[in-house]
Design a binder for this molecule. Structure first.
Ligand SMILES: Cc1cc2nc3c(=O)[nH]c(=O)nc-3n(C[C@H](O)[C@H](O)[C@H](O)COP(=O)(O)OP(=O)(O)OC[C@H]3O[C@@H](n4cnc5c(N)ncnc54)[C@H](O)[C@@H]3O)c2cc1C
Length: 466
């Protein structure tokens, strides 16, 4: 019953072409169709569900279901801009219900809570609204092929005080919360009778990977813009301090040294303080304690150090996980213990050819794995064997907002890694976001979105003020 019928197999074109993104009604409710369930609609899962919906769901060749515990999608590499106040998430969010309607898949609101591999069912927890009223009951979704793409969460390595006193940039809600804290701190400083305290307008960013470093650069600009809208009691040079704290001996430890040095120089010129080789042992309401005994006064703390996969994966009906909860997959992206279950994106530990560490948790890996997974599923439907995925590193770009962008572009394009900086690097950085948008929204909707945002930027403040 669950296998694709011969007639349907015949209808699978050799090279399934892209279908234009015109609205369609819900895909056929046919139990005989192969049930492909994607859990997690992030950089990897949403691209996968959208492509599968366009290529298979709309044509009645399989039933595609996307499950996510959020109602909308925002591409995670934008979160630091939301936190800094330079990007309004409402302008970029993709609504899952609408996306499913337009692209031939079904969306189910729910949080992965467990798995029954024998019954081939995903268990979803009940969902509640802000008032505590149940929206959806606990339920199960049946699958023939399951793809888990629930991303990663911040790893605080058990550091005391992080959960209570630091903001972790995992979701748009976290990023918006940090931005509100920041704007409120500025308004409070403007209106209070007492002088501004040491640490009151200081921001300590723990973890100088790409996220923390980019946040530092953007915050430098946006805090000055917020103040420029009439908060004249605040002197940014005197009162606002942005610190980047990193346990490794240099910022951007995962990137080539040349990029790290160039970015550190730029941050230095802006006045962003960098403390490398500094391990945080505790976060308190008024600052950050370091292992060397020193204390950094800072009432705003952002934790961007380290990632791990969500806890729910740790015991998912016996699937193999590594020490940071990632599902261990073969090079085909199939989990090592179940041929019907795949994992992609940050939550997957996928072997990397010739390297001891798995494919890194990055947006370009999520994008590549989603594209590869579409082909794997089509191969499965045709009864063909799976093929291994090879990660292609196209390089890394680090953007310091309007100030500069620095990075390296890798081998495939130029035969070796080349260092890029300035306008070209900025255009490349920008194009990554557009590529994701185009995959999810199609060319026309992406172009209209760009135009609409361009116009709204001309009519409002350049930074979020509320
Ligand atoms: C602030 C920030 C900046 C970044 N900047 C960059 C960058 O510049 N370049 C780069 O390459 N990478 C960057 N990354 C990393 C990049 O965003 C991730 O590698 C990428 O988003 C991973 O995609 P994913 O689909 O695996 O996970 P995600 O995009 O995180 O999506 C996971 C999805 O799963 C859903 N979900 C989670 N748990 C459950 C559950 N239990 N049940 C149901 N649904 C669930 C979530 O709601 C989400 O929609 C950044 C990450 C962050 C946090």
């Amino acid at each position: 019953m669950n296998q694709i019928t011969e007639r349907r197999r015949d209808r699978l074109p050799r090279d399934l072409p892209e279908v234009a993104a015109t609205p369609v009604n819900a895909p056929p409710d046919d139990e005989a169709l192969r049930q492909i369930v994607v859990v997690g609609g992030g950089a990897a899962g949403l691209e996968l569900a959208t492509r599968l919906g366009d290529r298979l769901g709309r044509r009645g060749l399989a039933r595609i279901t996307l499950v996510d515990c959020a109602r909308t999608h925002l591409w995670k590499p934008m979160l630091h801009s939301v936190a800094a106040g330079s990007l309004d998430p409402g302008e970029y969010e993709v609504n899952y219900l609408a996306q499913a309607h337009w692209h031939g898949f079904r969306y189910r609101f729910g949080e992965l809570a467990g798995l029954d591999r024998t019954a081939k069912q995903v268990r979803l927890a009940a969902m509640f609204d802000d008032e505590g009223r149940q929206i959806t009951p606990p339920r199960s979704v049946r699958y023939d092929t399951l793809v888990i793409a629930i991303g990663s969460i911040t790893n605080d390595f058990g550091t005391p005080g992080v959960a209570k006193h630091a903001v972790q940039l995992e979701t748009p809600a976290h990023a918006e919360r940090f931005n509100r804290l920041l704007v409120n701190a500025c308004i409070r400083a403007q209106t209070q009778e007492a002088p501004i305290r040491a640490g009151q307008l200081h921001v300590a960013i723990i973890g100088a990977g790409a996220t923390g470093t980019e946040l530092a650069g953007e915050l430098h600009r946006t805090t000055r813009e917020v103040v420029a809208y009439g908060l004249d009691r605040i002197n940014p040079e005197r009162d606002i301090r942005i610190m980047l704290v990193e346990a490794a001996d240099r910022i951007l430890p995962g990137l080539p040294k040349r990029i790290s040095e160039a970015v550190q120089r730029l941050l230095g010129k802006l006045g962003v303080e960098v403390r490398s080789g500094a391990r945080v042992t505790k976060v308190a309401a008024d600052g950050v304690q370091l292992a060397d005994g020193s204390f950094i006064p800072s009432e705003l703390v952002v934790w961007t150090a380290g990632v791990k996969a969500p806890e729910v994966l740790r015991d998912l009906d016996g699937l193999e996980v590594n020490r940071i909860n990632q599902l261990v997959v073969e090079a085909t992206l199939r989990t090592t213990r179940d041929p019907h279950i795949f994992a992609i994106g940050d939550c997957a530990a996928c072997p990397r050819q010739g390297q001891p560490s798995p494919v890194p948790p990055r947006a370009q890996a999520a994008h590549q794995e989603a594209a590869h997974m579409v082909q794997q599923i089509e191969r499965q439907l045709r009864g063909k064997p799976l093929v291994p995925y090879t990660y292609r590193d196209f390089g890394s770009l680090v953007s310091l907002g309007n100030y500069s962008t620095v990075g390296n572009l890798m081998g495939f394009l130029f035969g070796r890694g080349i260092f890029v900086e300035g306008l070209f690097a900025r255009l490349m950085y920008w194009s990554l976001r557009i590529m994701h948008e185009r995959t999810v929204n199609g060319v026309l909707r992406t172009a209209l979105g760009l135009l609409a945002r361009g116009l709204s930027r001309r009519t409002g403040p350049q930074v979020k003020l509320h």
